[in-house]
Design a protein around this ligand. Structure first.
Ligand SMILES: Cc1cc2nc3c(=O)[nH]c(=O)nc-3n(C[C@H](O)[C@H](O)[C@H](O)COP(=O)(O)OP(=O)(O)OC[C@H]3O[C@@H](n4cnc5c(N)ncnc54)[C@H](O)[C@@H]3O)c2cc1C
Ligand SMILES: *[C@@H]1O[C@H](CO)[C@@H](O)[C@H](O)[C@H]1NC(C)=O
Ligand SMILES: *[C@@H]1O[C@H](CO)[C@@H](O)[C@H](O)[C@H]1NC(C)=O
Ligand SMILES: *[C@@H]1O[C@H](CO)[C@@H](O)[C@H](O)[C@H]1NC(C)=O
Ligand SMILES: *[C@@H]1O[C@H](CO)[C@@H](O)[C@H](O)[C@H]1NC(C)=O
Ligand SMILES: *[C@@H]1O[C@H](CO)[C@@H](O)[C@H](O)[C@H]1NC(C)=O
Ligand SMILES: *[C@@H]1O[C@H](CO)[C@@H](O)[C@H](O)[C@H]1NC(C)=O
Ligand SMILES: *[C@@H]1O[C@H](CO)[C@@H](O)[C@H](O)[C@H]1NC(C)=O
Ligand SMILES: *[C@@H]1O[C@H](CO)[C@@H](O)[C@H](O)[C@H]1NC(C)=O
Length: 587
């Protein structure tokens, strides 16, 4: 079946119809720019326009090329490689387009066809704000679907869309520190006091920022992965961090954005001007209000820390989950004393063809803490409770790092690994729940998920402390974060060897069965982290933004009245199909 027919069929089936008058222009239509117009565009952005070829194109006939394909295959799980390539994302399922039955996997046989999928047709590898303005004006004039790809890490498919023109922000790598940063204020108004801050270009990745700041004895609130972007989806979705307990969410720490709006203008958004945009860009989700050119965030000392890990591996079964329960009974207490970090379980971990084990791992950091005895004492009741239920001593170790940057460069050493097909489900779980539940219901929910070998569930405890105290900051961040103790995520592999139907069956379980099970723990009163969520989250407006959604919707209407910036499950996306190609006409 032809893609468009299939699409229309799908929308008709769910009670919507694509309105042909309000679709983005397609390559086979007269509205599509001529070759001359593309060439002129290329010229006006310094020759940085490229046609997008799927990463694995050279691995398939008729374009098979053994040497080129072997480079691609070597790098297929290399996150750095995937971030700079306009024809790649970090999770290969978002390169595919199931509705049109299009894919191009590095892992599949040479004889399989290679199709464009959800990858853009052209990419503008922009170097500055003016390039971005030129692209925004071009897509507006020609009614072309726009995509912003920074690193391509997005779990919801927000950095790809079929038949689109991509802005690739990867090459915008500027970084500068200001000892007394003052936001740009309107004329005649009072200048606020300066604070120490770093301004990063749109393409800067976390590992690059940590190395830069660390070399100056500084640190900023950022996530635990080298290749995730700083100023793109991460900060615009909120951004959790080992530094959250001391200094709040990443979005709490932004002082100013420089941003290109839908009308092509370049503006500053901060607490003193364009404060509606400032509100929206701090938590309202990437790709929905404009193209961020740079972000300025507060910097702090490069604190020393103690990094404690605790692991155990055992036969699958109830004792394994009792251990998880014992651990969770102590997280509130650890967090009250400055502990924050991650714990994760792989319930079916095949170690040989004749044995599966269950594995538990955790890493809890105490930032700005140097006294090992204090941390050891904090863990002592946990270790004895755990030993009692699992029947043996778990592995426990502590490392003192002189600085967060040295911790990051050790813990995150080497190239990040991505490139598989990955879907998530998640839920924010409140402090009150953990306190009253003594972890039994949460443990039961985690253990009742349906796991395939290698699939994981994790608890992220990067809240409490200043994250809760920042409750009064005016931002679009999901208010549920302020009450959260554990951000629960579970992963589902949707690999290249599965058909689209098999992938669908798996993701349907996330949406229909598993996420609702977690949501019901607190009767829907909490919510979900927009950056690490089910890509088909039902009622995403409420889940991702709670009471902030109506305000976000109205800011969107005033700043982007023609819906230039539409991403999957983003603000205003309910008016569009899943690919952002056609406006839905509710029938
Ligand atoms: C391995 C891994 C580890 C992670 N670790 C953490 C973590 O520790 N803490 C945490 O909070 N999150 C973490 N995340 C989630 C991460 O925050 C999101 O995936 C986020 O969307 C990544 O943003 P990006 O800009 O790097 O990615 P992209 O996929 O390139 O972009 C994400 C979204 O932002 C938009 N966007 C990108 N750049 C711009 C721009 N300049 N202007 C406007 N819109 C833009 C895109 O259009 C898209 O909608 C992690 C994700 C992965 C895959
Ligand atoms: C854009 O111009 C550059 C430099 O002239 C050229 O190498 C590139 O192929 C052009 N891109 C497209 C899409 O034609
Ligand atoms: C095959 O790929 C290599 C490496 O990218 C390139 O140098 C070569 O020209 C390609 N060969 C053909 C026939 O396209
Ligand atoms: C990953 O890709 C980057 C960019 O191409 C490259 O510099 C790096 O060496 C690669 N890493 C590995 C482990 O191959
Ligand atoms: C390991 O787990 C998988 C998935 O549940 C199962 O199919 C397999 O039989 C198990 N292997 C052993 C040796 O128990
Ligand atoms: C970090 O620790 C030092 C020394 O104990 C203390 O003076 C400082 O206030 C702490 N910083 C924060 C942000 O808590
Ligand atoms: C726990 O596992 C992690 C990841 O494998 C490892 O880095 C860490 O050293 C382990 N900790 C202990 C105490 O064994
Ligand atoms: C949880 O622990 C507290 C304090 O130990 C206890 O009073 C309470 O009854 C426990 N609740 C449940 C549900 O076990
Ligand atoms: C969906 O969940 C059910 C119930 O746990 C399970 O039996 C089934 O195998 C799951 N389906 C897929 C495709 O994962």
């Amino acid at each position: 079946m032809k893609p468009r027919l299939l699409c229309i069929g799908l929308f008709a089936a769910i009670g919507f119809a694509a309105d042909p008058r309000s679709c983005r222009c397609q390559p086979d239509q007269p509205c599509w720019p001529t070759e001359g117009q593309w060439a002129a565009l290329n010229n006006s952005i310094g020759g940085n326009l490229v046609t997008v070829k799927p990463l694995a194109r050279s691995c398939h006939d008729p374009n098979f090329n053994a040497s080129a394909c072997s480079v691609v295959q070597t790098n297929t799980y290399n996150s750095t490689y995937r971030s700079l390539h306009p024809g790649a994302l970090q999770w290969e399922n978002w390169e595919t387009w199931p509705a049109a039955d299009e894919k191009c996997y590095t892992e599949s046989p040479r004889s399989d066809p290679c199709e464009q999928g959800r990858l853009s047709l052209f990419s503008a590898e922009v170097r500055n704000a003016q390039h971005i303005q030129t692209i925004v004006n071009f897509v507006t004039r020609h009614n072309i679907k726009l995509v912003i790809k920074n690193t391509g890490h997005d779990f919801l498919g927000r950095s790809s869309s079929p038949k689109s023109l991509q802005i690739l922000t990867h090459f915008m790598k500027s970084m500068s520190i200001s000892n007394e940063f003052v936001p740009t204020v309107p004329p005649m108004s009072t200048r606020p006091d300066g604070v120490k801050a770093v301004t990063v270009g749109a393409g800067v990745q976390l590992g690059e920022m940590y190395a830069f700041l660390g070399s100056k004895g500084l640190m900023a609130v950022g996530g635990t992965f080298n290749t995730v972007g700083v100023a793109g989806g991460y900060i615009q979705g909120g951004g959790h961090s080992f530094l959250g307990w001391l200094h709040g969410m990443a979005s709490d720490n932004v002082l100013e954005f420089q941003v290109v709006l839908a009308d092509g203008s370049l503006v500053f958004a901060n607490a003193y001007q364009n404060s509606d945009l400032f509100f929206a860009l701090r938590g309202g989700g990437g790709g929905s209000f404009g193209v961020v050119v740079s972000a300025t965030v507060k910097v702090y000392p490069d604190y020393p820390l103690i990094y404690a890990t605790l692991n155990y591996t055992m036969d699958p079964g109830t004792a394994f989950w009792d251990g998880v329960g014992a651990f969770q009974k102590h997280i509130l207490r650890l967090n009250d004393h400055g502990g924050s970090g991650y714990y994760g379980m792989v319930p079916i971990n095949p170690v040989s063809s004749t044995q599966n084990v269950s594995a538990f791992m955790s890493a809890i950091a105490f930032v700005n803490q140097t006294d090992l005895t204090t941390v050891k004492e904090l863990f002592s009741p946990l270790l004895s409770d755990l030993k009692q239920v699992i029947g043996f001593e778990p592995s426990f170790g502590m490392v003192t790092y002189p600085s967060m940057s040295s911790m990051y460069s050790t813990v995150l050493a080497g190239s990040d690994t991505t490139g598989t097909g990955m879907r998530l489900g998640s839920q924010l779980v409140s402090r009150d729940f953990i306190k009253s539940d003594n972890s039994t219901r949460l443990t039961r929910a985690m253990s009742s998920l349906n796991y395939d070998p290698g699939e994981a569930v994790a608890g992220i405890i990067l809240t409490g402390g200043q994250v809760s105290k920042n409750r009064n900051i005016a931002s679009a961040l999901n208010p549920a974060w302020r009450d959260t103790m554990v951000h629960v995520i579970f992963t589902r592999l949707v690999s290249a060897d599965m058909t689209f139907e098999e992938q669908d069956a798996k993701t349907a379980n996330i949406t229909r069965r598993e996420v609702p099970m977690f949501r019901s723990l607190e009767h829907g009163k909490m919510g979900v982290y927009v950056n690490e969520a089910d890509a088909d989250e039902v009622g995403f407006q409420q889940s991702f933004w709670g009471e902030n959604y109506p305000r976000l919707r109205s800011i969107k209407a005033s700043r982007d009245p023609n819906d230039l910036f539409i991403v999957r499950k983003g603000v205003g996306s309910e008016d569009w199909d899943n690919d952002g190609l056609c406006r839905l006409n509710r029938s």
